[in-house]
Write a protein that binds this ligand. Structure first.
Ligand code: HSE
Length: 434
């Protein structure tokens, strides 16, 4: 059978990796796909020194690829929202299948893109958009199809996890580690997407859609980054038996769906608390299977290419199938998506770590306890660091039981209004993940 012709748009980290993996593993890939997968054209403005493109046709204009009648599948690896959207919609209009690693594009414009793809009977595959090389989309969409998914939680930004790990283990500075992550090709073009949690929120939005069968709603995700975490809180968390990880959490409740990205204390003995460096991990809890864990490299040239190529194999196998019998883009049939609402963060439920800078004199702890009790908040543990009194202020650290966030907001407002409390109260959410 004739090989399938692929056009790669973008020959950066992921594009270069995809080209190399397709070339190196051509034989294995053809044995799986049932026919060869050949790169017929590449759109790039700069050659990638890591790729020997040989006689492969190269153009500087991505639309040459999209309009090339020879191409069956367009691989979009240019990133960003605007040009990438135009490219993908044009490819669909031209009847081409699309493979993309672009989480921002899918999270923000996915509903429109999938509707258009269904209309045209083409596939838009996006495994590489979440957690790099971990086939977590396939696992949720297909492997867990028998389950009602209750919740998922994941470390889904490799750069952020790399920074937190290096800071904790080697005492390196935030800026220093971020620079290295950029050099290694882990970070986004705009690294604030990594450190402010936007990249993780894009990925969480996608995971929540395929887990719960809801439309993509990135604008409703709550996002908090890692830039404001202090070494003091990392160390207090350790003393309490926790690790701080930047986690994306999506949970189904009767009232709606929680969709939130933030630093989180996790018990140090959980497997996911020990996921370090650029590695990602996603826990998914289904009613039939219980808790499952998916682990692997979340960013980087060939791990991400692994997911892009797997999508190319899937699309190749499905080329001759009836579009109505394919796996739906968002796991559920498009006319069966649910309108269960996304909850605002104030309505989400979690346990909390609070650090209060209190004046070191009698009665302060009693005042703190009274406020928490009046707000209906149960204290699980409390620690006062007498040895760390500075300028007459002592850190009081406590962990609460699970409670709706609005009550914590009310308690923090009351605590900060006390004469005996200086500075802002530090709040970090806590998840047991059991
Ligand atoms: N910047 C992303 C990360 C790349 O660090 O996880 C992979 O999506």
């Amino acid at each position: 059978m004739k090989p399938v012709k692929v056009g790669i748009c973008g020959l950066g980290t992921v594009g270069g990796g995809t080209f190399n993996v397709l070339k190196r593993n051509a034989e294995e890939i053809a044995r799986r796909a049932g026919r060869g997968i050949e790169v017929a054209q590449i759109a790039t403005r700069h050659p990638n020194p890591k790729c020997d493109t040989g006689t492969t046709a190269i153009t500087a204009d991505i639309f040459d690829v999209v309009n090339n009648p020879e191409i069956d599948i367009v691989v979009e690896l240019i990133g960003g929202y605007t040009l990438a959207k135009e490219l993908v919609l044009k490819a669909i209009e031209n009847g081409k299948h699309v493979v993309t690693a672009n989480k921002a594009l899918i999270a923000v414009h996915g509903n429109e893109i999938f509707a258009k793809a269904c209309e045209k009977g083409v596939i838009v595959a996006f495994e590489a958009s979440v957690a790099g090389g971990i086939p977590v989309i396939k696992a949720i969409r297909e492997g867990l199809a028998g389950n009602r998914i209750n919740w998922l939680a994941g470390i889904i930004n490799g750069t952020g996890n790399f920074i937190l790990t290096e800071m904790r283990e080697k005492g390196r500075t935030f800026e220093d580690v971020l620079k290295e992550a950029q050099e290694l090709g882990y970070a986004e073009a705009d690294p604030t997407f990594d450190v402010e949690g936007i990249d993780a929120a894009h990925k969480l939005t996608i995971l929540a859609s395929i887990a719960f069968g809801i439309p993509l709603q990135f604008d409703k995700a709550y996002t908090e980054g890692i830039a404001r975490l202090t070494t003091a809180d990392v160390n207090y968390a350790e003393a309490l038996g926790y690790r701080i990880k930047h986690l994306g959490v999506a949970r189904r409740t009767d009232a709606g769906i929680e969709l939130r990205v933030h630093p989180t204390l996790i018990p140090a003995d959980r497997l996911i608390a020990n996921v370090n460096g650029v590695m990602n991990a996603v826990m998914v809890n289904g009613d039939a299977v219980g808790s499952t864990l998916y682990y692997g490299a979340g960013a980087g040239m060939e791990p991400t290419a692994s997911a892009v190529v797997a999508d190319l194999v899937d699309v190749t196998r499905a080329l001759t199938t009836d579009p109505n019998n394919r796996v739906p883009h968002l796991a559920f049939q498009p006319d069966s998506l649910s309108d269960h609402p996304i909850l605002p963060i104030s309505a989400c439920e979690s346990a909390y770590y609070l650090r209060i800078q209190a004046k070191d004199h009698p009665g302060v702890l009693a005042q703190v306890a009274t406020i928490l009790s009046e707000c209906g908040i149960n204290i699980e543990s409390i620690m006062q660091k007498e040895a760390e009194v500075q300028d007459g202020l002592v850190p009081v650290i406590l962990v609460t039981h699970r409670v709706v966030e609005q009550r914590i907001d009310d308690a923090i407002a009351a605590l900060e209004a006390l004469d005996d409390v200086a500075d802002k109260v530090v709040r970090i959410r806590v998840e047991q993940l059991n």
